[in-house]
Design a binder for this molecule. Sequence first.
Ligand SMILES: Cc1ncc(COP(=O)(O)O)c(C=O)c1O
Length: 418
Amino acid sequence: MAKPSLNSKFLRLPTSPIRGFPQLKTIPPERLISLGIGAVNYPAPQEIVKPLIVYARQALKTANLYGSSQGDQELRQALVYWYYKKYKIKALQPTSFLIGSGSSELIPWVMEALLPPGSEVLIPEPYYAYYSNFATALGISLVPIPTSIKTGFSLPAISKLKASTAKAKKIRAILLTSPNNPTGSVISKSYLTQLVQLAKEKNWWIIEDSAYSELYYQKHGPVSILSLPAARERTVVLSSVSKNLALAGWRVGWVVSLAQSAIDAMVSRKAEIRGCASVPVQRAVSHLNQVPVSYFNGLRRELKARRNSLFLGLKKMASLGVIVSPQPPVGALYIVVRLPFPAEAFVRWCLSGMDGKSGFLAKHQKTVFCVPMVTKTGSFFISLGDPNLVRLSFGGSHEQIKQAIPILRQAIKEYQSL
Ligand SMILES: Cc1ncc(COP(=O)(O)O)c(C=O)c1O
């Protein structure tokens, strides 16, 4: 009997290079140290967690209806103050925000609202791998700005960027992630100012993904493009509590823009159709301005210590042919390194041997997982990606990172002598 088939266009979408290893589901957690996924293993701020208990108690006594599709009014009001406090942006209103269930939900909404099918988005690569999934689904092309591990993934001079895009007719936006996933680089204010000028000349939208805005390990945090007056009417910012407040599982993110027509279009075409983000969780997150500076300082101090341990451990693998950037990353949660061989097969081998026959786990108690940046199913690149690159997250506990380094070293040695 004939069976109904799946949509072949859907099946052609890239899948996650992070989650695409079936072995990850079968290896017992005590035998695997994951340096894969980008979640911050750090206590959540009590100033936000405790109110959730209060709101949950209240919810026992009341009807639990849909909330505002645009987002909880108290949260949007609190975010107005958050942006004023952090970046001195005065012009924002609660209507400038749209709240989503994490920012992942909102990335394709932003793309779809700003960019018709067939248009192009300029993006420094490597980039957050999931952008290409969203873009492909919408018929949008990503146009890479290549960067290299040798120069710490620094961006090209604006004059070069100008020259390389001089004849491009379909570019409608530039997408910037600062601090960056996966490279950890932060774009300076002077570079951003020049980029905004270029975007104005070309009439591009600027999409800023600030999912890691609080995770920086230099004196000053990243500049928000929204705070640059020349960028205001063309900038749409995505952000969330997942990394910045160590609340990934709470699923609260937002879009903010002074281009009111963009926010209104997303509210009416997307948000109102899907109902709303979780009401009690949004209300609890509205307490974010009560989180003291000491919380963020503590979070950064801890992540910086984890970053330093991982970076030093990786640097010491130079004798095995491992290449790291000249300096440790100044933001986000990841370190990119170049292995002396293609990464995907190596990572697969590190996860092999649960059957007791061959592979790293057949011989060792524990193994590590890191993310190959180019796989058969998904990639952090559009143009020629280097298959030897891997991304390692320092979001896990310091203890895990310290345990992972000698295991990774051993795995590289053994793999080389196979
Ligand atoms: C650059 C970037 N943007 C957005 C997201 C999505 O985060 P969330 O949906 O948890 O807000 C991530 C998650 O890893 C990310 O790395």
